[in-house]
Design a protein around this ligand. Structure first.
Ligand code: NAD
Length: 509
């Protein structure tokens, strides 16, 4: 199905300008690069990129701001994030518009992304009174051993196009309450959304009396990101994007003994066991595989189905795929918007060609859509492909809506297939058998950072830590105790006796 006609680029430009105006952003137009929209595949506005000197100045300013911010009491730092959360609530619709215009997300997912930002602000405000250290039993009389958490420094946030606002907020809300300052290099594909976020934070800072430079935005391509990566004043580089990017960033930051937090690609799978509730499983699978046009790091890319139910499941999934409304992401009936670019579509087609050459059989979807209405855009039907084994293309992340369907006979075999990919982000099992579910969640089960039961691989809540293992980079962001990555721990030994007792019974003098 194709949903209603697409808006024109002029209409989208006007809508973007309107949203930016409501938020209060005065865009400095330029000729360095363009904001564009995947809805029509055309340019919206010319923008100015940060120069090396601008980036240098932003890092220096964030470092200076850190020197006062780190001693501001954490609950007062929380006031800044509370105000940011209020402004996000106020401008939820304008921000969601920008996310739809620049990333192509359907309206309900774009609104969901802004809600996620509001949620992480609430979480961070609470956290600002809970940056707990520990008291540890000392082996010496009259001594106290403690662990204290201190702010770390400037955090360089490098983010991807597909969560142009939420990933920034996961990092920034937590970093700010932890006493860090932030320099943000967003994706070059989503500059308008980042201008809006930066503006709202600057407004919040002004209103609560926080230094303006607790947050700085630097627009531009990867070369600007590389400046953050190589600068010793950037204590933590939190980088979200492809595994290719992480492979470059991780070693460079490590070479200067900086810290990195890497949130990279996924190749997420769901196991569907014979006892699964198929109605629920199908809803979970279709949302996880086709939602966001397959452009989430947690998108479901591999389905591992028990042989006894494979026929029924495939039949029902194929029917569901044929009914997916594809098109204008602003239309409330659309479920699948555009891919980010025709380059992404080319990568999808190339993966499909390769998998077919390796024996894969397309079961549904895969055709390009809206080619006449928007020749520069990349609309596609999500595609289901039956494969007999995990060939090299199946083991890669293709950032597009391709779902590979495999079958299994025993749970051990399913788990082995599940884990036999380089990435380790998100995973799930659909089963009503408690033993199977527990095995999947156990140390011998899924090797991912996220493991779910009876729900798909995507759509995590902010309360848990988010991230994955292996080629996904090992980082954890968002909830739980992910905040510890944004702070440094100091161990304190306090002697309140009148004796100098040395540890391990050592005597000296
Ligand atoms: P990308 O790797 O092309 O770019 C991500 C960001 O890194 C951009 O801001 C880019 O300019 C910057 N960058 C690229 N190379 C760099 C380098 N050498 N040094 C410094 N900065 C560099 O990714 P993308 O296409 O924008 O996003 C899609 C990818 O991101 C997918 O692989 C997806 O799985 C992943 N992703 C992961 C998570 C997660 O939390 N694990 C979340 C969202 C997206």
């Amino acid at each position: 199905m194709t949903s209603t006609a697409l808006p024109t680029t002029d209409e989208l430009r006007a809508r973007a300008r309107g949203g930016l105006q409501n938020i209060g952003v005065d865009v400095a137009e330029g000729n360095d690069f363009h904001a564009r929209t995947p809805i029509t595949g055309e340019n919206l506005l010319g923008l100015t990129a940060a120069t090396d000197a601008d980036t240098e100045e932003a890092i220096a300013a964030a470092r200076t701001a850190f020197l006062t911010w780190r001693t501001t009491p954490a609950p007062r730092r929380g006031e800044l994030v509370r105000r940011l959360g209020e402004l996000l609530r106020e401008h939820k619709s304008d921000l969601a518009d920008l996310v739809t215009i620049e990333a192509g997300k359907i309206r309900s997912e774009a609104l969901g992304e802004i809600q996620e930002m509001i949620d992480i602000c609430d979480f961070a405000v609470g956290l600002s009174r809970q940056l707990y250290g520990r008291t540890i039993a000392s082996e010496r009389p009259g001594h106290r051993l403690a662990e204290t958490w201190h702010p770390l420094g400037v955090v360089g946030v490098i983010s991807a196009f597909n969560f142009p606002a939420a990933v920034w907020s996961w990092n920034t809300a937590i970093a700010l309450v932890c006493g860090d300052t932030v320099v943000w290099k967003p994706s070059e594909l989503t500059p308008l959304t980042s201008l809006a976020c930066d503006h709202l934070l600057a407004r919040a800072a002004e209103e609560v009396g926080a230094p303006r430079d607790v947050h700085r935005l630097v627009l531009g391509d990867r070369a600007i990101g590389e400046k953050l990566v190589d600068d010793a004043r950037v204590a933590l580089v939190s980088a979200t994007g492809s595994t290719r990017m992480g492979r470059e960033v991780g070693p460079r930051v490590a070479a200067r003994f900086g810290r990195s937090l890497l949130e990279l690609g996924g190749n997420n799978a769901a196991i569907v066991a014979p006892s699964a509730d198929l109605d629920l499983a199908i809803q979970g699978i279709v949302f996880a595989a086709a939602g966001t046009a397959g452009q989430r790091c947690t998108t479901l890319r591999r389905l591992i189905v028990h042989r006894d139910i494979a026929g029924t499941l495939i039949e029902r999934l194929t029917a569901a795929y044929h009914k997916l409304p594809i098109g204008n992401p602003f239309d409330d009936t659309t479920l699948v918007g555009p891919l980010i670019s025709t380059t992404a579509l080319d990568a999808m087609r190339s993966a499909l060609t390769r998998v077919q050459a390796q024996g894969g059989k397309v079961l549904a979807g895969g055709n390009r859509r809206l080619t006449e209405a928007a020749p520069s855009a990349a609309y596609t039907e999500p595609v289901l492909v039956r494969v007999d084994e995990q060939t090299d293309v199946v083991r890669e992340e293709t950032f597009a809506p391709i779902l590979y369907v495999l079958t299994y006979d025993t749970l051990d075999e399913a788990i082995a297939l599940h884990n036999d990919v380089p990435q380790g982000l998100s995973s799930s099992i659909f089963t009503r058998d408690q033993q199977e579910a527990e095995i999947f969640l156990s140390a011998a089960g899924s090797d991912c950072g996220i493991a779910n039961v009876n729900i798909g691989t995507s759509g995590a809540e902010i309360g848990g830590a988010f991230g994955g293992e292996k080629d996904t980079g090992g980082g954890r962001e968002s909830g739980s105790d992910a905040w510890k990555a944004y702070m440094r721990a100091a161990t304190n030994t306090i002697n309140y006796s009148s004796e100098l007792a040395l540890a391990q019974g050592v005597s000296f003098l």
